[in-house]
Design a protein around this ligand. Structure first.
Ligand SMILES: NC(=O)c1ccc[n+]([C@@H]2O[C@H](COP(=O)([O-])OP(=O)(O)OC[C@H]3O[C@@H](n4cnc5c(N)ncnc54)[C@H](O)[C@@H]3O)[C@@H](O)[C@H]2O)c1
Length: 392
């Protein structure tokens, strides 16, 4: 078994989340060999800012580098599949950002390729790796909430509120036909299936676009940037600002989620509540070290994230003692520690705690059902019939 320090990684994409990948890899001791930007010049400039030793000029250069064992794909959604597929074909392990693909048809092929390769394949559903989520999955599996009955919540942001807000996610050919659902709803949907252990089997979705015309700057725009260009072109929007979705889970539990990128004041607010026959639990991303536990016949509790008070999976994901808040950036470290344990062993483990490509594909199938449901204004079952096996 190799140590993390003996493993080399390269990161494709040097924007908002590529930067977080580089930092988290360094924290767990993996060697970041270099980064690849959208152009060699841009990559070189970002490599300098990030203090990364090398800017690759092309994906081919990464694939030909024998010191790179793992490639992280953090580019826009439309290039995830071709890039991840090329990485696997070159015999390297791959960590891909969410959503895994533009459509489930695309991701199905990628899952087959990944499984045939025997290489480690992971989708960056980092929110699973808040330690309290790892803990809660184990607690629910052990029956601590009884039968799971109701699963509710939201994922709200406000960074696309104004018609002058622009990002590649607003272009369906780069972001996909689903925008708010694909971009942030995918995290919530993956998370709830993971924590409850119950796949989503049926959906009824309603979607709305409120900002019909947006002003697209003629130059490039970084995600979440607040700089605004004066040189713009008016674009008509087809993808959703908001989605409200009713859900049915495999065990009969019912749920609902609201997803929005136009909710003033909500920068990045993910909340959930799970109500069972024997108790409830709730979590809010703005207080990520707090887990609310609801009881009918005794006072409610708050579990403050604490390795000493969580189950084994929660303890494994925690890096700091209780009272020392862990947040968004820390989830990448916890997720990468789990992924790189498999990389060090040279192959995926039997039941990885991280989302594999199969899990990423399963989430794409839920997205496809949501899109069809909204289009036809009816309940739609998630069609897993042609899908590869056992995602979670
Ligand atoms: N897991 C999370 O919490 C999380 C958060 C944000 C974004 N993401 C995902 O990460 C991906 C990137 O999002 P972002 O917010 O960092 O976007 P971004 O626009 O900030 O960065 C994208 C980067 O990719 C580069 N790029 C574009 N085309 C490329 C190509 N063909 N080859 C190589 N590089 C290319 C751009 O130059 C830019 O550096 C998306 O798939 C998004 O859904 C995930």
């Amino acid at each position: 078994m190799r140590t993390f320090a003996e493993i080399g990684a390269a990161v494709i994409g040097t924007g908002f989340i590529g930067t977080v990948h580089v930092e988290a890899l360094r924290r767990i001791g993996v060697n970041v060999r270099g980064v690849l930007g959208s152009t060699p010049e841009r990559g070189a400039a970002r490599a300098k800012t990030l203090n990364v030793r090398h800017a690759y000029a092309s994906l081919d250069e990464i694939l030909a580098d024998p010191t790179v064992d793992v490639v992280h794909v953090t580019s826009p959604n439309n290039v995830h599949v071709p890039q991840a597929s090329a990485v696997l074909a070159a015999g390297k392990h791959v960590v891909c950002e969410k959503p895994l693909a533009m459509t489930a048809a695309e991701s199905a092929g990628l899952v087959r390729q990944a499984e045939a390769s025997g290489l480690v394949n992971a989708v960056n559903f980092n929110i699973r790796f808040y330690p309290l989520h790892q803990h809660m999955r184990g607690a629910i599996a052990a029956g601590e909430l009884g039968e799971v009955r109701v699963v509710t919540g939201h994922y709200f942001q406000d960074w696309l509120l104004h018609d002058t807000d622009w990002n590649w996610r607003l272009e369906p050919e780069k972001g996909g036909a689903l925008r708010a659902v694909g971009d942030i709803g995918s995290h919530w949907l993956d998370l709830m299936a993971f924590v409850t252990g119950q796949p989503i089997v049926s959906v009824m979705a309603d979607m709305a676009t409120f900002v019909h015309i947006r002003q697209q700057p003629t130059g490039p725009v970084e995600s979440f940037s607040t700089e605004r260009s004066t040189d713009v072109v008016a674009r008509t929007m087809g993808t959703e600002d908001v989605a409200t979705i009713l859900l049915r889970f495999d065990n009969g539990a019912r749920g609902s989620v609201a997803v929005s990128q136009v909710s003033p004041g909500r920068k990045n607010s993910l909340q959930w509540e799970i109500d069972g026959s024997g108790g409830a639990a709730a979590w809010d991303s703005e207080m990520p070290d707090h887990l609310w536990l609801g009881h009918r016949d005794r006072p409610n509790e708050i579990l403050l994230r604490n390795p000493a008070l969580m189950g084994p999976a929660g303890r494994a994901a925690a890096a700091l003692p209780g009272g020392h808040v862990e947040g968004f950036g820390d989830t990448f470290g916890a997720l990468f520690r789990a992924i790189y344990a498999d990389v060090a062993a040279g192959r995926p483990s039997a039941d990885p705690p991280y989302a594999t490509f199969a899990a990423g594909h399963d989430e794409m199938l839920v997205n496809d059902a949501i899109a069809l449901s909204a289009r036809e204004e009816r309940w739609v079952d998630v069609d897993r019939s042609p899908a590869p096996e056992a995602p979670r």
